[in-house]
Design a protein. Structure first.
Length: 146
């Protein structure tokens, strides 16, 4: 994990390069859990965030292109987790059939983040000269931010 210097002193950012295979999911889950617990997020919110990280990392591996990077940004109001990849197509929620094995990940993220999720172009934090797309979700920090 690389701790990145942020402009405002009230913000913390972390970035992790992710492997380009199935190990990325387990690695991202472990790194996200450690970072979010360290930021003081309650246990239920950490569990929800780790599940959402799994979904957006899996989405990047299935539909994006390497390199892959996970970021966590925390400020006084919220924590934003993002996965950056260099693929061009933006992720879009699908309507899977009852027998489909895929297609529910963004629905899970939408529900657990109360609709605070999305995708946009973003520079990689570990490789600032590289442009990719970030699929992200946000969680409020405690009741005072809600």
């Amino acid at each position: 994990m690389a701790t990145l210097r942020s402009a405002p002193q009230s913000r913390t950012q972390y970035a992790w390069p992710l492997p380009g295979d199935a190990r990325a999911v387990a690695s991202a889950r472990a790194d996200a859990r450690k970072a979010l617990e360290g930021l003081g997020l309650d246990a239920e919110a950490v569990d929800d965030a780790v599940l959402m990280v799994s979904e957006i990392v899996t989405n990047a591996l299935l539909y994006g292109d390497p390199p892959y990077e996970m970021t966590v940004r925390a400020d006084p109001a919220e924590i934003v987790c993002a996965v950056v990849d260099s693929g061009r197509p933006l992720p879009a929620p699908r309507s899977p059939g009852s027998g489909d094995e895929r297609g529910r990940g963004l629905h899970i993220v939408a529900i657990l983040s109360d609709g605070f999720y999305g995708c946009h172009p973003q520079r990689y934090l570990a490789w600032p000269a590289r442009l990719g797309k970030a699929t992200w979700f946000a969680l409020p920090r405690g009741t005072e931010a809600a």
